[in-house]
Ligand binder design. Sequence first.
Ligand SMILES: Cc1ncc(COP(=O)(O)O)c(C=O)c1O
Length: 435
Amino acid sequence: MNLSKKLKLRVSEIQRYQDYRGLLHHMELNGEISNRMTFDNKETVVWCVNDYLGLMNNKESKQLAAEVSLKYGSAYPHATRATFGETKFHREFEEELADFVNQESAYLLNLGYAGICSIVDALTDRHDTIIYDQAIHACSIDGVRLHNGRKFCFKHNSVAHLETQIKRALKRHDPETGSILVIIDGVYSMHGEQAPLKEIVALKKKYDFCLLVDDSHGFGVLGHSGAGAAQEHDVEDEVDIYVATFTKAIGSLGAFVAGNKTIIDYLRYNTRSQIFSRTIPLSQLLPAQNNLRVLRKEPGRRIKLWNNTIRFQNGLKKMGINIGEPESPVTPIRIIGSIDEGVEVLLDLRNNGVFSYLVCYPVVPKGTCLIRMVPTYNHTTQDIDHTLNVFKKLTKKYPERLLKNHGDEKVVVSIKQTEKQDKGLLIRSATQGGK
Ligand SMILES: Cc1ncc(COP(=O)(O)O)c(C=O)c1O
């Protein structure tokens, strides 16, 4: 069959809404990244940028990007790291990152998605087994897809199921040639819950496996100095491979992986997306480095972020809105209803000067949607209170969609149905999105 003809028939869920371009997806938010921006020519409170510490628009960092671009060009060093893309800035920043997350060594990645996907691929061969949480980010899922050995998924955050899967893997593989790689996220990007890192790490005393944590949403946000989920749970020594993007708390582009020297040296020479693609340019690296330094110097940013998070999440919980139990700033407004019903709620929010976006199936189960809200350092008390007031009005208008207990039964059924439809956990996790 002709491929274009075939693609006409193969319309994905989100594509069914392609007429809503600009409204539901591919939206244009204008102005400097901040708590208030402009959408459709109107000022709005913005709740969807993962600018946790308000560093995306840091003046000094922008200045550094401008200066280095003027001097060398915006994409310098214009090469893969392994050919002639090396600079002293790359090496220096890697040392700072390793020191910050308390690991022996670190390696910069040009982008989080490509880098993490490739790391999963590079670490394992066909003799190895990958065991992964069903809710890990799409970049790790795609790494798992590349793996041509065994792969087992475990129920989200279920340590008991993880242990079952480890036992299953051990029964099947050859201890002489096979290793186990366990992949989790430090903070899950859709519902904001943390991984039970202490319990997962405790399993390492019983079984030999390597633990990879994608802490893109915990880096800069969790832990007493902001070093992330491993620090928060006091297990820094037990996380073998720590990865995080620069696109959230330190507001730039790129990412890094940290671990012991053997692992990092191996990845430096074997991560295909880094070997065959250009390195992070200095116009992104220097802002990321500067923002990391600000993060370390100004713990007050993290304190304000958490105060805002608590005020916002407590306000929503008090009025009975179903946000689950997030353990990070990521705040999911869980909606029971069809996509159209979710869109109605979203547009009502927008009409009241509150901006975010809708997450739909297959990222969340059929019959539910989610409006993902992210409090940041930049939000003011007025922003939070205004948004809570708007939600108060909406709970009166849409009680069955927004309030806890009103439709919980329906959700349980719909999750069960989805699992059945998806023939277990694999397909749903394979389509897992993430921001
Ligand atoms: C958990 C997680 N991992 C990885 C990524 C990918 O990072 P990047 O934006 O640097 O490609 C994201 C980004 O949305 C994420 O949320």
